[in-house]
Design a protein around this ligand. Structure first.
Ligand code: PSU
Ligand code: MN
Length: 306
């Protein structure tokens, strides 16, 4: 039944059958998270980082209605070029993108769903969605958070951007039983910066230690994911006051323009990039590389634990 919908690339299928490490990657970051051509270049570099460490990358997207696990270079370039013309696809959108045979770029939530269907346990990306500022009025809470509470995939990210309400996002994750782990830090990183003023639940310093906790969670049937928050490398970090002002201006503009729903996150990301004249893009790219390296090491350690 599943074969009707799911298309796992041969090398990914083989690696999973042989119990070798595989790392899942999302595609909304390609289509909606970065501009062309940096989006496609970054996605290809990310795959290379994973391969160089001895694991197999599986970029996930929906193409022509098929849930694809593992893309070709051409398919990655295609998604990069089409950009926001590809439908941003979260959990609620999947049935329609599939039945209408459309192309869909998967968010953190839908990438977790499809990775889990394929049997992939580790996923590396930039930032997760969360509780938006003003959510007490708008109810804008990313479906990523519900997915993290339900689907057994470990997600390595650079924390969350302060386009979100980080405090409410942590509270939501706590209620849902999702552990938020700081990789080498006690403080939740805020994507462009290493600091946010919020504490994580646990600090873990090695991927081996991380793998043991992840394995214990799932051995004990404690359903759901784990957020591994990995701070941006010091030298690519942005100035805290600068990025704070930029984000505040972007959020204000989104409110004035009445941007809502799934358009909000892409709008804010593009605005931030424009205002910082691309400086935020460089940080964004570097933090993704940094996260994917940790995700790969984690996938390798998990395989060792069996
Ligand atoms: N945050 C980023 N970059 C991104 C996203 C979030 O820093 O590209 C994308 C991810 O795909 C994430 C999605 O899953 O936005 C969240 O969108 P929403 O808030 O509409 O759920
Ligand atoms: Mn939303």
């Amino acid at each position: 039944m599943l074969e009707k919908y799911l298309e796992i690339k041969d090398e990914v299928k083989k690696a999973l059958e042989e119990n070798r490490p595989v790392v899942a990657l999302e595609s909304t970051i390609i289509s909606h998270g970065m501009p062309y051509p940096q989006n496609a270049e970054t996605a290809l570099n990310v795959e290379k980082i994973i391969r160089d460490k001895g694991a197999i990358p599986a970029t996930i997207a929906i193409l022509n209605g098929k849930l694809k696990v593992g893309l070709t270079k051409e398919e990655i370039k295609y998604l990069g070029k089409k950009g926001t013309e590809v439908v941003k696809t979260s959990r609620r959108d999947i049935p329609f993108i599939v039945s209408k045979k459309l192309d869909g770029a998967t968010t953190v939530a839908s990438t977790m769903i499809i990775a889990n269907l394929a049997g992939i346990k580790v996923f590396g990306t930039g930032g997760i969605g969360g509780v938006h500022r003003g959510a007490e009025k708008t109810f804008d809470i990313s479906a990523d958070l519900q997915e993290l509470s339900n689907t057994n995939v470990a997600v390595v990210c650079a924390g969350a951007k302060s386009i979100l309400d980080l405090g409410l996002t942590l509270e939501y994750l706590e209620t849902q039983g999702v552990p938020v782990v700081g990789f080498g830090t006690e403080e939740l990183p805020a994507f462009y910066t290493r600091k946010s003023g919020f504490k994580v639940d646990y600090r873990v310093d090695t991927e081996e230690e991380l793998a043991k906790a992840v394995k214990a969670k799932w051995d004990l049937d404690l359903k759901g994911g784990i957020v591994i928050a990995n701070p941006i490398p010091e030298k690519y970090q942005m100035d805290h006051d600068l990025i704070t002002t930029v984000i505040e201006d972007a959020v204000k503009e989104a409110n004035i323009k009445g941007i809502k729903g799934k358009e909000t996150t892409p709008f804010l990301l593009a605005k931030i990039k424009d205002i910082t004249k691309g400086q935020s893009l460089e940080s964004n790219i570097e933090l993704v590389y940094n996260n994917v390296a940790v995700a790969t090491n984690l996938a390798i350690e998990l395989v060792k634990l069996g």
